[in-house]
Ligand binder design. Structure first.
Ligand SMILES: Nc1ncnc2c1ncn2[C@@H]1O[C@H](COP(=O)(O)OP(=O)(O)OP(=O)(O)O)[C@@H](O)[C@H]1O
Length: 983
C-alpha cells in the first residue's frame, strides 16, 4: 500500500472516533431520565413487578436494596492508571496507545457490575413486549412487511451471506454495480478482466442500508433461536469499525442490531427474553475480557472446540441488559478497553479482533401459555450447569430455566470487528501486532478455503481451526451451526488494488462455505407433566359436571333430558367419549404418579410409601425424550377429546333446541335420521362387499399372471445366458486361433532370421558354402560338427536381444527374433567353453549382456529325446554371461494357454519354472528361478543367480538374474505326464 503515512494523516478529515469515550450526550441523559422513571402501569402489574426497571442503573438500585449479595465486582474508584503505558494487572496496554476512554464513570462500572449475570436472578430481569420502551425501538423497525420478508428469507439460508462495502473515495480502481451486485476492476488497473459477484455490493457512507441489507435478517434469525454471526473483514482502514460501530450520526451494525432486538421483543407478545452480553478481544493471540472490572484479571481461556463440541470461554463476564441504555453502557465500557493505535494507515486502527456477543434466551410467556399455575419446579431458578452454546459458551451465572412446560430457546448473536490486514510499519510494536493480526487472518482464510473446498468437493478434510484463537472461537459457527453474514470492506484507492483483490478473493471463498444452523431448545419435561396434571384436572371437572348433569342433576335438567331424544348413535358416541376420557385420565394419572415415585425414590424419599406401579414406568424410565413424546401424544389426544366433548355438547344443545322448538317434528326427524342411518349402513355394507369381492377375486388371477410372467422372464433369461455363453465360447475360440496364427507367424519369422544370421555367420567364417542360406528347415550343426540337432524345421529361434552388447562366438545376432524380454545370464569362461562345445545338443545357449532367452523343445528327461527342439551352439559374450533359449511347438498347440495353466518343465537338470499359482504343484527337486510371472506369451522369471549343473547333455553354466523364459513348442508340460507331440 503506497499511502503516505504522513499525508494520509494530514489529509484525512478529522475522522469520527466511535471508539473514543463519548461524553454523556443529551440523548443519553434523556434515555437515563426516561428509564429511571418507570412506567407506573408496568409497576402496577403484578407479574411484571420486577421487570419494570429496564435500565441497568435502575436495576442495580433495585438489586442493591433487594439483594444482600456483596458487590464484590464493583470497581475501586480511580483504580485505573492514569498513564496509558502502565499495565493494569494482566491487561497490557499497547505501548504509546492508551485505550480509549480510560476514565470511565465509576458509577457506571458499579451499576453494570451488578448486572453481571452471576449477580442477578434471571427471572427478575426478563424483557418482554411490555417492558421495552418505545424509545428503544427505532421507527420503521416494526414494519410488518419487511419482517415478513426477512422471516421468509433467513430461514432458507444455507450459505454465508457475503457482501462487499466500498469506502467512498474520489479515486477508485473499482467499478461497483449495485444493481447486478458485481464489482469490477477498472481495466486501466487490471492486467486481465477481474470481476466478482456477491450477495450485495454496498457503497456510500450511510450505515442504515448496510444494516438493512446485510444484518437485519441475521438479527431476526438470532431472535428466533438460530446462532448468528456478522463480521467485517478487510484491509486496515477500509471501514470495518465504521461498518460495525459507526458514529453517533451514522450508527453502525451493532447499535442498530440492538435496537432491532428490542423492536423484535416489543412486537412478540408471546415470549419473554433474557439478554446477556459479553465483549471480548483477541490481542496478540490472547483473549481478553473487555468487560472485566479494572484491576481484575481479564485473560480468558478457551476450552473445548472439538468437532462437535461447544466452545467454552472462562472466565467471561456476562452482563444482563434490559434496555438500549444498558447495551450502550456495556458497549461503551468494552470499547474503552479495546486496543487501538495510530498506524501509518489509520489514525485509530483496531489492534485486536473484537467480538460483541449477545446471548438470547427466551421462552413462552407464562400468561400466554395454557397453564399459568406455578409448577412445583418453579421458583427461583438454580444454576443448572447448562452452558451457553455457540461461540463463547461460558461458565456464567444462572440461566433462564424452562418452566411449566415452556421450553427455553437459546441463541447467540456475535458481532465481530476483525483487525485489518496490514504491511509492516515503521513502528516495531505495530509491526509485531500486525504479524499476529495477519497470521490469524491467514488462518481464517485457510479455514474458510478448506471448508469451502470440503463443501464443494464433498470431502471431509481436516480443518485447522486450532491454528489460531480466532478460528477456534469461530469453530462452531464456521462449522455450520450459525447464520453468517460477512461484510468485506475494501479501499478503492488504486494503490490498494492488491489488498482489495485479496479481500475479494477471501469473500469468494467464504461464499462456498455451507451452513446448517439449528435451533436449540431446552424442554422442561417436569413442567410438561405438571401442565398435563392441570389439564386432567380441568377435564375431570368438566366430566363431573356432565355426570352431574346426566345423573342426579337438577330436576330441570332431568326434565330436559327426558324430553331430549338422542339418537342411538349420539348416545353411543357420548358414552364412548366419556370412557375414553376416563381411561386417558387414568393413564396420565398413572404416568404422573410414576414420575413422582421415581423422583422421590431418586431423591431418597420416604421408604415404604406405597405408590401405584404404572405400566408405563419402563417407558418413563427409559429416556426423558421418550417421555416427552408420550406426553405430547397424550396432550394431542386430550385436545382432540376436548374437541369431541365440545362438539357433543353442541350436538346436545342443538338436540335440546330441536326438542323444545317443535316436539311434534321430532318423531319425523328421528325417522329421517334412522332412514338415513340405514341407508349409510347399507352403503357401507355394499362397499364392504365390493371390497371383499375385489380381494377374493383379484389375487388368484394376479398371482397366476405373476407366476406366468416370472416363468416367462426366467426362460428369457436362460436363453440369453445360453446365447451369451455361446458367444463367449466363440470369441475364445477366435482368440485362440488368432494367437496361434500370431505365434506361428512370429516363429517363422524368428526361424528365418536365425537361419539367415546363422548362415551369414557361417559365411563370414568361410563355411557358408556348406549351408543353403535360406533353408530354414535345414538342421543346424555345431561349429565343431559333433552332433546334429534333432529339432524339426520351424523350431529355430533367433538369439540375443536388443540389448545385446557383444556378439557370441557364433554370431547369433538378430535380436529382433526375440520379441519377448530375456533373462540375463552369466557364466564362467569354463561354462562358456563348455556351452560352446555343446552346440550340437538340443539346447543352445545365447548370451546377452542384459537378457537371455531360453528356447527349447524338450522331453521330460532329455532334450535330445524331443525332436521338436532346436539346438544351437552356446554363445558367450565378453562379460561371460550366458543365456539359454528353448523353443518348439506346444504340446497343445497353444503355448499361451499352456503357460497360463501348467507348470513349465524345462530340460532336466536345467530348471523348472511355472506360473506362480502352480509353483506348489511342482516337484520338490525342481529348480525354480525366483519368482515367476506370466503374460499372454511368456513366463517371466525373476531370480538371482542359479546354477545350471547340467544342460542338455553336458552343457554347464550359470543362469543369472531375471528375465523371460519364452516357452513354446515341445516344452514338457505337467511334469512329462502329457503326451509330447513334437513337430
Ligand atoms: N463508508 C465510509 N464512509 C465514510 N467514512 C468511512 C467509511 N469507511 C471508513 N471510513 C473512515 O475511514 C477511516 C478508517 O475506517 P475504520 O477505522 O473503520 O477502518 P478499519 O477497517 O476498522 O481499520 P483497522 O483495521 O485499522 O481498524 C475512519 O476514519 C472512518 O470514519
Amino acid at each position: 500500500m503506497s499511502t503516505n503515512p504522513g499525508t494520509s494523516k494530514l489529509t484525512r478529515p478529522t475522522p469520527f472516533t466511535p471508539k473514543r469515550p463519548v461524553a454523556p450526550s443529551t440523548s443519553m441523559e434523556r434515555l437515563t431520565r426516561a428509564t429511571i422513571t418507570p412506567n407506573p402501569n408496568l409497576l402496577a402489574s403484578t407479574h411484571k413487578k420486577y421487570k419494570a426497571p429496564i435500565s441497568s442503573d435502575v436495576r442495580s438500585r433495585t438489586l442493591r436494596t433487594n439483594s444482600s449479595k456483596p458487590t464484590t465486582l464493583a470497581p475501586v474508584a480511580g483504580s485505573r492508571p492514569s498513564s496509558p503505558t502502565k499495565s493494569d494487572n494482566g491487561r497490557p496496554r499497547t505501548p504509546g496507545t492508551p485505550r480509549r476512554g480510560t476514565t470511565p464513570d465509576p458509577s457506571m462500572e458499579r451499576a453494570t457490575s451488578e448486572m453481571d449475570v452471576s449477580n442477578v436472578d434471571p427471572e427478575e430481569v426478563l424483557v418482554d413486549y411490555q417492558t421495552v420502551e418505545p424509545a428503544d425501538v427505532s421507527l420503521g423497525e416494526m414494519d410488518e412487511a419487511w419482517l415478513k420478508t426477512v422471516q421468509a428469507d433467513h430461514g432458507k439460508e444455507d450459505k454465508v451471506m457475503v457482501s462487499v462495502r466500498m469506502k467512498p473515495d474520489s479515486k477508485s480502481a473499482w467499478k461497483p454495480s449495485v444493481s447486478t451486485n458485481t464489482i469490477e476492476l477498472d481495466p486501466a488497473h487490471a492486467r486481465q478482466p477481474t470481476s466478482f459477484t456477491f450477495d450485495a455490493i454496498l457503497t456510500g457512507s450511510a450505515n442504515k442500508p448496510i444494516f438493512t441489507t446485510v444484518a437485519r435478517s441475521h438479527v431476526i434469525a438470532a431472535m428466533e433461536g438460530f446462532n448468528a454471526v456478522i463480521f467485517a473483514y478487510g484491509q486496515t482502514a477500509s471501514g470495518k469499525t465504521y461498518t460495525l460501530s459507526g458514529s453517533e450520526a451514522e450508527p453502525g451494525i451493532i447499535p442498530r442490531a440492538m435496537r432491532q432486538v428490542f423492536s423484535y421483543i416489543r412486537r412478540t407478545e408471546t415470549r419473554e427474553y433474557l439478554l446477556r452480553c459479553s465483549y471480548l478481544e483477541i490481542y496478540n493471540e490472547q483473549i481478553h475480557d473487555l468487560l472485566a472490572p479494572p484491576g481484575a484479571p481479564n485473560k480468558v481461556e478457551l476450552q473445548g472446540g472439538t468437532v462437535t463440541g461447544e466452545i467454552i470461554l472462562a472466565p467471561l463476564r456476562e452482563e444482563v441488559v434490559t434496555s438500549i441504555k444498558g447495551v450502550k453502557d456495556v458497549l461503551k465500557r468494552g470499547e474503552s478497553h479495546r486496543r487501538t493505535a495510530c498506524t501509518d494507515w489509520n489514525e485509530r486502527s483496531s489492534r485486536s479482533h473484537s467480538i460483541f456477543r449477545l446471548v438470547i434466551e427466551s421462552r413462552e410467556r407464562a400468561d400466554t401459555s395454557n397453564n399459568s399455575t406455578p409448577s412445583p419446579v418453579s421458583g427461583r431458578a438454580t444454576p443448572s450447569g447448562r452452558q451457553t452454546p455457540g461461540p463463547g459458551g461460558n461458565h456464567g451465572g444462572p440461566r433462564l430455566q424452562s418452566r411449566d412446560g415452556r421450553s427455553v430457546q437459546t441463541s447467540v448473536l456475535s458481532l465481530i470487528d476483525l483487525a485489518g490486514s496490514e504491511k509492516a510499519t515503521s513502528d516495531k510494536e505495530r509491526t509485531r501486532e500486525g504479524k499476529y493480526i495477519n497470521t490469524s487472518l491467514l488462518t481464517l482464510g485457510t479455514v474458510i478455503g478448506k471448508l469451502s473446498d470440503n463443501a464443494t468437493k464433498q470431502k471431509n478434510d481436516h480443518i485447522p481451526f486450532r491454528d489460531s484463537k480466532l478460528t477456534r472461537l469461530l469453530q462452531p459457527s464456521l462449522s455450520g451451526n450459525a447464520r453468517i453474514s460477512v461484510i468485506c470492506t475494501i479501499n478503492p484507492d488504486p494503490s490498494a488494488t492488491a489488498e482489495s483483490t485479496s479481500t475479494l478473493l477471501f469473500a469468494k471463498r467464504v461464499k462456498g462455505v455451507k451452513l446448517h444452523a439449528q435451533k436449540k431448545e431446552i424442554v422442561d419435561t417436569d413442567a410438561l407433566i405438571e401442565r398435563y396434571r392441570k389439564e386432567i384436572d380441568d377435564l375431570k371437572k368438566r366430566l363431573e359436571e356432565k355426570e352431574n348433569m346426566l345423573g342426579d342433576g337438577k330436576q330441570e335438567e332431568m326434565e330436559k333430558l327426558k324430553k331430549r331424544r338422542m339418537s342411538a348413535q349420539e348416545k353411543a358416541d357420548e358414552s364412548q367419549a366419556m370412557q375414553d376420557l376416563q381411561s386417558r385420565i387414568q393413564q396420565l394419572t398413572k404416568l404422573i404418579l410414576t414420575s413422582q415415585t421415581l423422583t422421590d425414590e431418586a431423591a431418597g424419599g420416604p421408604a415404604g410409601e406405597s405408590r401405584p406401579v404404572s405400566p408405563v414406568k419402563v417407558d418413563f424410565d427409559l429416556s426423558p425424550y421418550q417421555l416427552q413424546q408420550e406426553l405430547l401424544t397424550a396432550r394431542l389426544q386430550l385436545s382432540s377429546q376436548a374437541t369431541q366433548i365440545l362438539s357433543l355438547e353442541a350436538a346436545f344443545e342443538a338436540a335440546q333446541g330441536v326438542d323444545t322448538a317443535d316436539p311434534s317434528d321430532a318423531g319425523d326427524k328421528d325417522k329421517t335420521i334412522q332412514e338415513q342411518a340405514k341407508k349409510i349402513e347399507e352403503q357401507a355394507k355394499r362397499i364392504h362387499e365390493l371390497e371383499n369381492t375385489r380381494f377374493t377375486r383379484e389375487p388368484s388371477p394376479s398371482r397366476d399372471d405373476l407366476e406366468r410372467e416370472q416363468k416367462d422372464w426366467t426362460c428369457r433369461l436362460e436363453d440369453e445366458k445360453k446365447k451369451r455363453e455361446e458367444k463367449e465360447r466363440w470369441a475364445e475360440e477366435l482368440v485362440r486361433q488368432l494367437e496361434k496364427e500370431k505365434w506361428l507367424r512370429t516363429k517363422l519369422e524368428d526361424e528365418r532370421r536365425a537361419l539367415a544370421a546363422f548362415v551369414s555367420k557361417f559365411d563370414s567364417l568361410g563355411m557358408g558354402s556348406t549351408l543353403p542360406p535360406s533353408n530354414a528347415s535345414t538342421p543346424m550343426s555345431s561349429p565343431a560338427g559333433r552332433r546334429r540337432s534333432s529339432v524339426a524345421a520351424g523350431s529355430i529361434v533367433g538369439l540375443g536381444g536388443a540389448g545385446r552388447r557383444s556378439s557370441s562366438a557364433f554370431g547369433f545376432g538378430g535380436s529382433s527374433s526375440l520379441r519377448q524380454p530375456l533373462f540375463p545370464s552369466s557364466s564362467t569362461s569354463s561354462g562358456l567353453s563348455s556351452l560352446a562345445s555343446s552346440t550340437s545338443t538340443s539346447t543352445f545357449v545365447s548370451s546377452s549382456s542384459s537378457r537371455t532367452s531360453l528356447t527349447s523343445a524338450t522331453s521330460a528327461n532329455s532334450l535330445s529325446s524331443v525332436p521338436a527342439s532346436v539346438s544351437k551352439p552356446a554363445l558367450a559374450d565378453d562379460k561371460g554371461e550366458i543365456g539359454i533359449q528353448i523353443t518348439g511347438v506346444s504340446n497343445f498347440g497353444d503355448p499361451t494357454t499352456s503357460s497360463a495353466s501348467s507348470p513349465l518343465r524345462l530340460p532336466e537338470g536345467l530348471m523348472y519354472a511355472g506360473v506362480p499359482s502352480l509353483l506348489e504343484q511342482m516337484p520338490e527337486e525342481a529348480w525354480v528361478l525366483g519368482d515367476v510371472s506370466f503374460d499372454d506369451e511368456s513366463i517371466s522369471v525373476a531370480g538371482t543367480e542359479e546354477k545350471v549343473p547340467s544342460v542338455a547333455g553336458g552343457m554347464k553354466g550359470h543362469v543369472k538374474g531375471s528375465g523371460t523364459v519364452r516357452f513354446a513348442t515341445g516344452v514338457d508340460i505337467m511334469g512329462g505326464k502329457e503326451n509330447v507331440d513334437p513337430l
